[in-house]
Design a protein around this ligand. Structure first.
Ligand SMILES: *Cc1c(COP(=O)(O)O)cnc(C)c1O
Length: 612
């Protein structure tokens, strides 16, 4: 799996004169977006975790840009004006730790090129295209598919095999060889200069004599390097439309799920499931799972003090794991039930015959904290089970008050945060949450099939002595086995874990704070439409999560959920009914890969049904 990329962005790009007077070439806009942004988004979509941008000319602009994407690291080639692109690559080299993609900064390209290189079995590979007639070609000569020579002068090359696109894949060994070559050739040229004046492609070509560089050619590849005004026009008018068409043809039809999970996923998460077959007991898969556990923990707690334990299963499995694995036989669990999921926690405890008392509260009104504290204080309980966000109604329980109170009276806290995790910023340590259940398919925006429990390690260790009440769903056994063997006890959902890796990368780029803001903005769009069409909500706004809204079904006889559902579905939106005893609601969730403009489009559909 390729995780690193280097973008060479040191040079000035003087042939674009005025345009690059105030910005580096990568900041030129094509189709309303800068080239660097196009490129970074494509790299992130291809699963790249670390992007090193080698800057120089007006490097501050890249430094500012990098703040938007935590994956980016900028390194500056101070001598950019007197070095070639190899000088910038030398500046980047110390930060590269594994096989990487190497790109020039002034490119637009079809993302298929990245996947082709990533999947290529040869180690060092140049991506080539057929003839572009761009007027600034670097021609490649090959023998048996291996690079023999490259030149801008066509006559030097016989015959022309393809054109250099400026996208390659290289190993660190090859990179080191390139740096060595550059250093040696520098000494002969001028002894005082520190960095190479050569262009990187020439060094690559020189080193190809030592270690073979393969050329992977896509004949009609849609790409363009931008060196002058003509290129810029060509890119905008001819190349970009081709790229957009190609990429959208490969996109999966977009369905927007407004049901309370599973949530809408990005194309890049969907495609991450298509991976080579692998035995999950191979070491590299164990490394992947360990990385996933660490990252899932790090979103909400310090890894080391807290541990994530993975299982195959839906969110309810994580609830069952926690409830059945955390309390001793003589423990006494208090379960707060103010919705279907609290009720489910109590049912699980009953199935296992655990000593448990249910604290019943309204499904749509805020919990009575004073009453709850009095129960904690009574000393009758050892564990508290509670749902963070009651998905049934969108009611958010104030765990920031409740859990610290429970801790004050010595209770161990067991929280179902399935529909809160990764959608609402939280700090388990501050909140005083000991065990927390979540799943891969809600706010983390992965695929259904993986569930996990994030545990306070001290509390988790205490459960090691408990009698096993079940086998497959046992928390401590799963944890212990993974620590000792780097594997799960039973076959994990391999492809779902690959998708979860990509979903984690995308969450890290967006950040949970920003994701919560995006969800909240979608919710605001919805709430204002609800008011506009005289509908009412079950839960008071101040008690809502901003993630899911329960809307009362109008009492008019001509309202029919199925008709409304089918209309919404025709427009690409899926909605879900919700029954709460005698109260009929339909629920709109705005979690997942959804944007405010899509929610606005949905409110249009809502209006067209409720106004007519
Ligand atoms: C979705 C959800 C679950 C789990 O449901 P599954 O169908 O098992 O994935 C559990 N608790 C809450 C609060 C949820 O929203």
């Amino acid at each position: 799996m390729i995780k690193e990329a280097v973008i060479l962005a040191g040079g000035r790009g003087s042939r674009l004169k005025d345009r690059t007077a105030a910005m580096p070439k990568g900041f030129l806009e094509i189709g309303g977006k800068t080239m660097i942004e196009w490129s970074v988004q494509k790299l992130l979509g291809a699963g790249i975790e670390k992007i090193i941008i080698g800057t120089g000319y007006l490097h501050e602009m890249y430094d500012t840009f990098a703040k938007k994407y935590p994956a980016i690291k900028t390194v500056c080639n101070e001598d950019y004006a007197s070095t070639g692109s190899m000088g910038t690559l030398e500046t980047c080299a110390p930060h590269v730790t594994d096989t990487f993609l190497l790109l020039e900064s002034d490119l637009i390209y079809d993302n298929i090129g990245l996947y082709v290189l990533i999947n290529e079995t040869h180690e060092n590979v140049i991506l080539a295209s057929g003839a572009t007639h761009s007027g600034d070609e670097v021609y490649l000569e090959a023998r048996e598919g291996i690079l023999k020579r490259l030149s801008k002068i066509k006559a030097d090359i016989a015959p022309v095999y393809g054109e250099l696109t400026g996208i390659s894949k290289l190993t660190t060994t090859f990179l080191n060889a390139m740096c060595e070559y550059a250093a040696q050739n520098q000494e002969t040229a001028s002894s005082c200069k520190q960095k190479s004046t050569l262009e990187y492609e020439h060094v690559m070509s020189a080193c190809a004599n030592v270690s073979p560089v393969f050329i992977r050619k896509i004949d009609r590849y849609a790409w363009r390097e931008i060196d002058d005004e003509t290129h810029l026009q060509m890119a905008e008018q001819e190349i970009l439309p081709r790229i957009i068409e190609n990429e959208s043809l490969r996109a999966v039809r977009r369905e927007i799920l407004l049901n309370p999970g599973p949530a809408t996923t990005s194309d890049t998460v969907k495609y991450a499931q298509v991976a080579p077959d692998i035995c999950p007991r191979e070491k590299e898969f164990g490394v992947l799972m360990a990385w996933i556990c660490r990252e899932l923990t790090a979103f909400v707690a310090p890894p080391g003090e807290y541990e994530t334990v993975l299982f195959g299963g839906s969110g309810t499995a994580a609830d069952e794991i926690m409830i059945s694995s955390c309390a001793p036989d003589n423990g006494r669990i208090l379960i707060v039930d103010n919705g279907s999921y609290g009720e489910r926690m109590a049912k699980i405890a009953a199935v296992y015959n655990l000593p448990c008392t249910v604290f019943k509260s309204s499904n749509y009104e805020a919990l009575d904290i004073v009453k709850l504290e009095a129960i904690f204080k009574s000393g009758n309980y050892t564990h508290l089970g509670i749902v963070y966000h009651e998905t049934t109604t969108g009611l958010l329980n104030p765990l920031d008050v409740i859990c610290p109170l429970a801790k004050k009276y010595g209770l161990v806290t067991i929280v179902d945060a399935v529909s809160a995790y990764a959608g609402i910023p939280m700090d388990l340590k501050k909140l005083g949450i000991d065990f927390m259940a979540a799943t891969s398919n809600k706010n983390i925006q992965g695929m259904a099939g993986v569930c996990f429990v994030i545990c306070n390690k001290n509390e988790l260790e205490k459960t090691s002595v408990l009698r096993m009440r079940n086998y497959y769903l046992n928390l401590y056994d799963q944890y212990d086995y993974f620590v000792k063997h780097g594997q799960t006890r039973f076959t994990p959902p391999v492809q779902t874990l690959y998708a979860l890796r990509q979903a984690i990368l995308e969450t890290k780029q967006e950040t949970i704070e920003k994701r919560y803001q995006r969800y909240t903005e979608c919710w605001r769009v919805l709430v204002s439409a609800v008011k506009k069409y005289n509908l009412s909500m079950l839960v008071k706004e101040e008690n809502q999560s901003h993630l899911i809204t329960a809307i009362l079904e109008p009492e008019t006889p001509d309202y029919d959920f199925d008709t409304f559902h089918d209309l919404a579905r025709k427009h690409g939106f899926t909605i879900y009914p919700g029954k709460l005893g005698a109260i009929n609601t339909f629920r709109i969730a705005n979690i997942g890969d959804i944007q405010p403009e899509e929610m606005r489009r949905f409110t249009g559909v809502l209006g067209s049904y409720f106004v007519s």
